[in-house]
Write a protein that binds this ligand. Sequence first.
Ligand SMILES: C[S@@+](CC[C@H](N)C(=O)[O-])C[C@H]1O[C@@H](n2cnc3c(N)ncnc32)[C@H](O)[C@@H]1O
Length: 204
Amino acid sequence: MQNAENEEILRKILRAIGDVPRNVYSPSDDTFLMLDALAKVPVEGKKVLDVGTGSGILSLFCAARGAHVTATDVNELCLQTAQKAARALGLSIRVILSDLFSNVQDQFDVIIFNPPYLPSSTIEDRAVDGGPDGTALSKRFLRSLADHLERYGTALLLVTSLSDAASLFSAGIPQFQYEVMAKRSLFFEELKVLSVRFRDNLAR
Ligand SMILES: C[S@@+](CC[C@H](N)C(=O)[O-])C[C@H]1O[C@@H](n2cnc3c(N)ncnc32)[C@H](O)[C@@H]1O
């Protein structure tokens, strides 16, 4: 992260989160790449939805920069962890137990999702297992995105070279276009954050 102010915000957030419970995803390389991408998005005064919040780190980073944040997860412990850190930081976020958008009604200016994306024959760990080609949840996310993204909104979606990211946009979601906002090569994979927007005139 290049901006000193953002780095300071992040240090405070990491301190407030502390050691996460065993079943909560601990901020990792993918999380930090998402933060790099998020730092480039103006979120002050914007409605932000953080799908699969985990420790709450992405939500807290947006809330600290003046966004109105809703955080979801299928794991209640994640929501408790995020709320606890928000209270410690004096920030306010709304949390919703939800399978993707199932319990979410509103539309948002910015929607972020660092999904479970590891190719896996079965879903044993919901924090990381993404089904046979790693894209099952991301595809479901993209299929419902149009109902929740504002007309000029942006979604940030993390993808990995380990899964077939190109197939994500092939069928069924012609209303979206995407570009790569941030990327990082790791030892065994390349991670990318895609910024996803409606194609001109194709909202909803
Ligand atoms: C890779 S972790 C990312 C956590 C956090 N956003 C971060 O960047 O560090 C994926 C998160 O998605 C959550 N998750 C898994 N399936 C989900 C679903 N169907 N709906 C909402 N969240 C889900 C997991 O519980 C986990 O917290």
